[in-house]
Design a protein around this ligand. Structure first.
Ligand SMILES: [Zn+2]
Length: 137
């Protein structure tokens, strides 16, 4: 993440472009190995499992569970007034694939480890940030 005029926006690389822009079409795009079908994140040019270089972005389910989280109370970014929840979520597609994200749409005191969440995108100029919100019961 880099700080750009008070907003927290990612640096987009050739590998991460699909991840940061898939949200404009409602898709959480995660790299996937085309040989062993394993998901890979952060996106890199080769599979760490089978070493294949035949990897590329695919739409994941967008469903996940909260693995760990912290409540931030410091006003680091003007666009994100505290308190807000920074979390690591495990993708339902493959739980050893984890994303660091923000949890939205819920009171910060109600967030729990193991909570089922789904992706929601916050669109900025060139990127759609993937955040997660609780799945409606
Ligand atoms: Zn592989």
């Amino acid at each position: 993440m880099s700080i750009d005029t008070g907003r927290m926006l990612p640096e987009v690389t050739p590998e991460s472009q699909a991840f940061w822009t898939g949200g404009f079409e409602g898709e959480l795009r995660i790299y996937r190995c085309q040989e062993c079908r394993g998901w890979i994140h952060p996106p890199v040019g080769a599979c760490w499992r089978c070493r294949s270089r035949n990897v590329g972005p695919e739409a994941a389910s967008g469903r996940a569970r909260i693995s760990s989280f912290t409540v931030n109370h410091h006003p680091w970014f003007p666009a994100f007034p505290p308190p807000y929840v920074i979390a690591v979520v495990e993708l339902d597609d493959q739980p050893d694939v984890r994303l660091t994200t923000c949890i939205v749409g819920i009171d910060v005191d109600a967030v729990e480890i193991g909570m089922a969440v789904e992706v929601v995108f916050e669109e900025h100029d060139d990127v759609a940030l993937p955040f997660f919100r609780p799945v409606a019961a």
